[in-house]
Design a protein around this ligand. Sequence first.
Ligand SMILES: [Zn+2]
Length: 328
Amino acid sequence: MNTLHQQVGKKRRKLKKRYFLLLLILLVLSGTVLFVGTSYSFREVPSPSDQLVTKPEITETPASNDQPETFTPPEESSPEPEVFPTIESDGTETPTDEQTEISSEGQTEMPMEENSEQPVEEKEPEKVVYITFDDGPSKWTEQFLDVLDAHDVKATFFMQGSNLKKEHLQESVKRAAKDGHYIGGHSMTHNYQALYSNQQFVPEMLESLDLIHEITGTTPRLVRPPYGSAPGLNGEQIRKQLADANIKIWDWTIDSHDWELPGNPSQIIQNIKQDTTSDKEVVLMHEKSQTLEALPDILNFFKDQGYIFGVYNDASHFVMNFQNDAAL
Ligand SMILES: [Zn+2]
């Protein structure tokens, strides 16, 4: 009996030793997983916003065909476009919530470290792209509407007062609204000096929005600042004027540079492809023939990438401006 006890005792000690070793290994392993997991997620967060910082270039179309302009675009060296849209914070906020939820659940059964990387892969947020066209209406508007219709895509147009006043183009404006596209304002003159230096931004935008209302019966509140909101709307005062007038502004996340690529639709497509990085994209394009030519491929690209096409809606506005001004 004694020997049996001794044997059992030995076995128990052995087993204890093994358990201890196993525990030690588990501790080390989970420590490593935790360390790798946290440093990985820390690395992930800043990179998209880093990319975005380089994005906003103030290179909007200088003028429409019929309206040559004397304006020279603002210096590229402007330090302005520092912070970029809430989209990114939207994107990163959601997963964080899910992450904490799942890992706190996991705690009861498994060490939570093992779960820390999974939610990033599991979550599949809806990818949305907003296709936008500036400077219309134009002689191309009808054809843009045809292509959009053929692809069952709704877009957001930012139309310019001087073009809206052309009666022969107003049928296209009406059709765009009837087809379910959004039509926002894009000033009357598209002139940098007038809009920003002479502070005519708010009155010009209001006038263009009124014109859209007269033509379509809609009451849009969204405008796109010609040349982008930076540096033109750097001043807090002018932004407060905008907020007081209940006007929202939208810049973009992807600049197609289409206006400076006549005859080169493939480069427009390339520009858009290489700038597509986020789950929420707003693509800046113009009513140009080269853009019209590139449009089917652009739409197919986003479809292939799993994006759905969003159209702006005043009731569900989200902040999308280089100023990162939450009131706009
Ligand atoms: Zn423009």
